[in-house]
Design a binder for this molecule. Structure first.
Ligand code: HEM
Length: 543
């Protein structure tokens, strides 16, 4: 039998097996007692719609209005998926249940290709061990000194933008159009390298490392508008034993090739870094990232250390998760302040007044001053609420369970439910977007960007790593780098607002699109890929 025929045969065999297994299992995990939108396809459910390029919210906004914060959607092969944005339900899954709602196998299969066996991928005991080792590198005490590095990177970016404006400003225009998604990731990569790895990536200067930014920018191109066969193949991972599901994976997709290229490049860079930074060091009790990795690599007790593959995976993970995420959120912050000139001016005045009060005219702002800027922090928090760069998280119950709800829902028979019973294996689609836009929690104007909602400091609920938002997720698997991200955003926002005035270029409307990490795309021009073109003008007396 030729190889091609064998592959076709294996695919068909796998597909047939998958369909059979899925039909049986999907029947067992029924959520039919819940209400939910009708499935548009018996085989694909709503998953094809979630995978085609769409503005975040365009599919689910109506569902939240109609069915509330817990309802049933359709997955591939007729599987029922619990879509959840209820605060208590999310609290139960992410905070209280610790490792009892692991990440689903199909998602781990994809993230394993992206990162290797690092923190984002591994579960249970292995995750606990890795996280315990790495936590000290992201503590408040360890993070605060990075403010200086962030300020230096933000100032380098400001100088580059100033040169762009001077060189390209057209007559009659206030400044020049700058596509922030071409710049902010490079700045954030430099900030990450210098702070966590004590290494100069030189991404802003365009040295060889900017290749990483180029790879990342296009990383999810083939993850959008995924064809139906691939979706079904991916979904089969949820139900089949991994060894059998892997047979379906023999033929590499374009996405697989892109991810492999990224992983090879990032781990290659990580390898160089580990060799140059950790040899013979790391035993002195320091808690910086590289010292921790070094100790973990050289420790003689396996259950207290890390294998070389794990260590390289942590670096690939942090290189990716630690810069693109913050850069994407920063792009949305500048978009929103450009859309809201009054808020931008309040922000500038706040920074100016802190400079006057402290007598610090030119030096980088201190962390305590940044933390004390109420409006600056409201702008960051509101943007994190309004533009969560990860709008969905997926989990799977590993025991039969009952999920409590804050907001009762009406079931299919008209009865009111205050909890949802689920069986082992039930897939949960946690809608971060839905929780962050919940009108009961955030007010009737929850679908507007309005930093002043936080003025009275009322806490709607206690959830997540920061600001009662789910944007950094929460619990044992919540974002390890949230303090790092907040500090970096505080520094970069203050530095750039002191130097520039942002506005929206004529005719430009930007939308947050799924899939991707908060990908901004121009309305009606999605084919042009991610972009965030903003008019950037020099501020009088800035820089
Ligand atoms: C605005 C910026 C950021 C946002 C919105 C964000 C968001 C998130 C979210 C939602 C998760 C959970 C993912 C999941 O459960 O699948 C996560 C995990 C993670 N993040 Fe962040 N992140 C940001 C910045 C950072 C930074 C700066 C770093 C590192 C320097 C970082 C490192 C990580 C790591 C290592 C994990 C995996 C944690 C674990 O599973 O234990 N993130 N992040």
């Amino acid at each position: 039998m030729s190889l091609v025929l064998l592959l076709v045969y294996l695919h068909l065999l796998g597909l047939a097996g998958a369909i059979l297994a899925l039909v049986i299992r999907a029947k067992r995990k029924s959520l039919k007692f819940l209400q939910g939108p009708p499935s548009p396809s018996l085989l694909l459910g709503h998953e094809s719609e979630f995978n085609s390029v769409r503005k975040v919210g365009s599919l689910e906004d109506n569902w939240f209005n109609e069915y509330g914060t817990a309802f049933r959607t359709a997955g591939c092969y007729g599987e029922d998926i619990l879509m959840l944005s209820d605060p208590r339900g999310l609290q139960h899954i992410f905070h209280k249940s610790a490792y009892r709602y692991p990440k689903p196998k199909d998602i781990n299969n994809i993230t394993l290709k992206l990162f290797g066996p690092g923190l984002v991928v591994v579960g249970g005991e292995t995750h606990h061990r890795q996280r315990k080792l790495l936590n000290p590198a992201f503590s408040a005490a360890q993070t605060k000194p990075f403010a200086e590095v962030f300020a230096s990177c933000a100032t380098s970016l400001a100088r580059k933008w100033q040169d762009e404006i001077v060189a390209k400003k057209a007559p009659g225009q206030p400044g020049t159009i700058i596509d922030t998604v071409r710049w902010l990731p490079n700045m954030a990569l430099d900030a990450l390298g210098e702070s966590l790895f004590e290494y100069e990536f030189g991404a802003l200067e365009g040295t060889r490392i900017s290749v990483l930014c180029d790879i990342i920018r296009d990383l999810f191109i083939d993850s959008r508008n995924v064809n139906e066969f691939r979706l079904l193949r991916q979904a089969a991972y949820r139900f089949l034993p991994t060894s059998i599901a892997r047979l379906l994976d023999i033929k590499k997709t374009k996405q697989d090739k892109r991810f492999a290229h990224w992983l090879k490049t990032s781990r290659g860079i990580a390898d160089e870094l580990v060799k140059s930074k950790t040899e013979g060091s790391g035993t002195d009790g320091r808690n910086d990232f590289m010292s921790i990795l070094s100790r973990a690599l050289y420790v003689n007790v396996p259950e207290k250390g890390m294998s070389p593959s794990e260590a390289l995976s942590q670096m690939a993970t942090v290189i990716f998760a630690g810069h693109e995420t913050t850069a994407s959120t920063l792009s949305w912050i500048f978009y929103e302040v450009a859309m809201h000139p009054k808020e931008q001016e309040i922000l500038f005045k706040e920074i100016k007044s802190v400079r006057e009060q402290t007598g610090n005219a030119n030096e980088p702002l201190l962390v305590k001053d940044l933390e004390g800027m109420a409006h600056l922090n409201r702008v960051i928090r509101e943007t994190l609420r309004f533009h969560p760069i990860v709008p969905d998280l997926f989990r799977e119950a590993d025991v039969d369970d009952v999920i409590p709800l804050d907001n009762p829902v009406v079931d299919a028979s008209g009865s009111v439910l205050t909890q949802v019973p689920v069986v082992k294996g039930q897939r949960v689609h946690a809608s971060i977007y839905g929780y962050n836009r919940n009108k009961e929690l955030w007010g009737e104007d929850a679908d507007q960007w309005n930093p002043n909602r936080f003025t009275n400091n009322k806490k709607p609920t206690t959830l997540g790593m920061f600001g009662n938002l789910m944007t950094f997720s929460g619990g044992v698997r919540g974002c390890i780098g949230w303090r790092f991200a907040i500090l970096e955003m505080q520094v970069v926002l203050a530095t750039l607002i002191e130097s520039f005035v942002f506005s929206i270029p004529e005719g430009v409307e930007v939308e947050q699109v799924r899939p991707g990490l908060g990908s901004p795309m121009r309305k009606g021009r999605w084919a042009e890929g991610t972009q965030m073109p903003l008019m950037v003008a020099l501020r009088a007396g800035g820089l």
